[in-house]
Design a protein around this ligand. Structure first.
Ligand SMILES: Cc1cc2nc3c(=O)[nH]c(=O)nc-3n(C[C@H](O)[C@H](O)[C@H](O)COP(=O)(O)OP(=O)(O)OC[C@H]3O[C@@H](n4cnc5c(N)ncnc54)[C@H](O)[C@@H]3O)c2cc1C
Length: 405
């Protein structure tokens, strides 16, 4: 049973990839960090479990990559995308020359998140599980910590700086005054399956004919199982939000020649994805948001682990600077919002435009048919999906020339 009252330099709410990354970096810099989560760990997180090369780069900077690679998790050397008309586009990460590691990984979140949490604790962060944070503590307009419930008891955590890393769940963002209702989300669902033949070393994405408002995926696990799921774009069709994702996943699998005979290994679970960055405030007096709490998920691929960890690196730097200043509540938030805007603002504004055009079935059919014939087009497409090429490149004359000749 946790105590009723804690004090720390920084309290971090949420021990997903964003929270644990921020906790590790701030503990490493010598701050007294208290991370809390409503869940008991290890815990599952509904996810495709895919770590992009960009995520691998952050894991490497954090120092946890050797432990993951030596544990035999599935290495992913490329991606296969299939258009509604059957056009196939393969990309090998090592051929792209985008300055990223030449591989990704598939690591079940049950294991990844616990490893990141334990890494933060090994660096000195304290952790309290089973604490559901219900709102901020305030002095005037300044946040001075958080309060919540654990095992039926009220708990207070006082800290000059609070980092909110609560993912797509918006329950805590309301009392912080960041948003008042759930923004449009991507609906996604996934399960683990056995009996999927011919698993490769690629992330596989299928925009099949019946599924024009989203895509299905197959991500291989090292133990022979596959993480199979479905994502439905939030804007594509008005009825997507009400769609029965469980039925759509079953139908997608029944249509797919390699999935029709697969058997579920555990429950199939759905969860929303927030891709709305930079629509809401990222910080205020005494607090910062990081990871998916900012809506930082790639709207086309649904990848958010890389951005969660990267944005936590930015948050940790801002928190460190704020804690060293006279006024942690003031200095941190201002420089953090600027740093986030510089890192992700342009990309997200552009990708929200591009996703609406590039994920139309006719555009996908053409794009995925032409990309294998044109290295520039292939690199542009892969680079936008990996978040390292400006989505405006989709409108450059050379892109259009290669698509239409
Ligand atoms: C079906 C699906 C498939 C996906 N597939 C991929 C993929 O393959 N690759 C990829 O990169 N991304 C994927 N994503 C996105 C990815 O899961 C998220 O973007 C990522 O988990 C965000 O990390 P985070 O640390 O910000 O939040 P989370 O990982 O969601 O962690 C938030 C933590 O906060 C805790 N919390 C929430 N509210 C409170 C509270 N009030 N009090 C205390 N604790 C609280 C939660 O218990 C949780 O542990 C997928 C998402 C879905 C839904």
């Amino acid at each position: 049973m946790p105590e009723n009252k804690y004090r720390a330099d920084v309290v971090i709410v949420g021990a997903g990839p964003a929270g644990s990354t921020a906790a590790a970096l701030l503990a490493q810099r010598g701050w007294d960090v208290l991370m809390v989560d409503r869940a008991e760990f290890p815990r599952d997180k509904t996810c495709g479990d895919g770590l992009t090369p960009r995520a691998v780069a952050v894991l490497d900077r954090l120092g946890v990559l050797p432990a993951l690679t030596s544990n035999g998790y599935q290495r992913i050397n490329g991606a296969l995308t299939v258009a509604p008309n059957g056009a196939v586009f393969h990309v090998r990460f090592g051929d792209l020359g985008l300055g990223l590691p030449d591989y990704g990984l598939v690591v079940p979140r049950f294991e990844l998140d616990d490893r990141l949490r334990r890494h933060a604790m090994a660096l000195g962060a304290r952790f309290v599980a089973g604490l559901h944070v219900t709102g901020p503590l305030r002095q005037g307009d300044r946040v001075t910590g958080v309060e919540g419930q654990a095992g039926g008891q009220a708990v207070r955590v006082e800290a000059p700086l609070t980092i909110v890393a609560t993912g797509a769940s918006i329950g805590l963002l309301r009392p912080f005054g960041v948003l008042s209702q759930m923004p449009p989300t991507v609906n996604a669902i996934r399960g683990y399956f056995t009996g999927v033949p011919d698993l490769s070393d690629e992330f596989e994405f299928y925009f099949d004919r019946e599924l024009t408002a989203g895509y299905g995926w197959i991500f291989p696990l090292a133990d022979g199982r596959a993480n199979v799921g479905l994502a439905l774009f939030n804007w594509h069709r008005r009825d997507n939000r009400e769609a029965n994702t469980r039925r759509l996943l079953a139908d997608f699998m029944a249509r797919h020649p390699r999935l029709a005979a697969a058997s579920p290994d555990g429950p199939v679970k759905g969860y929303p994805l927030r891709t709305d960055f930079p629509r809401y405030r990222s910080a205020g007096r005494g607090y910062l948001l990081t990871g998916e709490a900012l809506g930082l998920v790639h709207p086309i691929t649904g990848e958010g682990i890389d951005l969660a960890m990267e944005s936590a690196e930015v948050a940790a730097a801002a928190a460190d600077a704020a804690l060293r200043s006279q006024d942690p509540g003031k200095e941190g938030p201002a420089c953090y919002s600027r740093a986030l805007a510089a890192a992700y603002g342009r990309f997200f504004r552009a990708v929200h435009v591009v996703e609406r055009i590039a994920t139309q079935p006719r555009a996908l059919n053409r794009l995925l048919r032409k990309a294998p014939q044109h290295p520039y087009l292939a690199r542009t497409l892969a680079g936008i999906n990996l978040g390292v090429v400006s989505p405006w490149a989709a409108f450059y004359p050379r892109t259009w020339w290669e698509m239409f000749t």
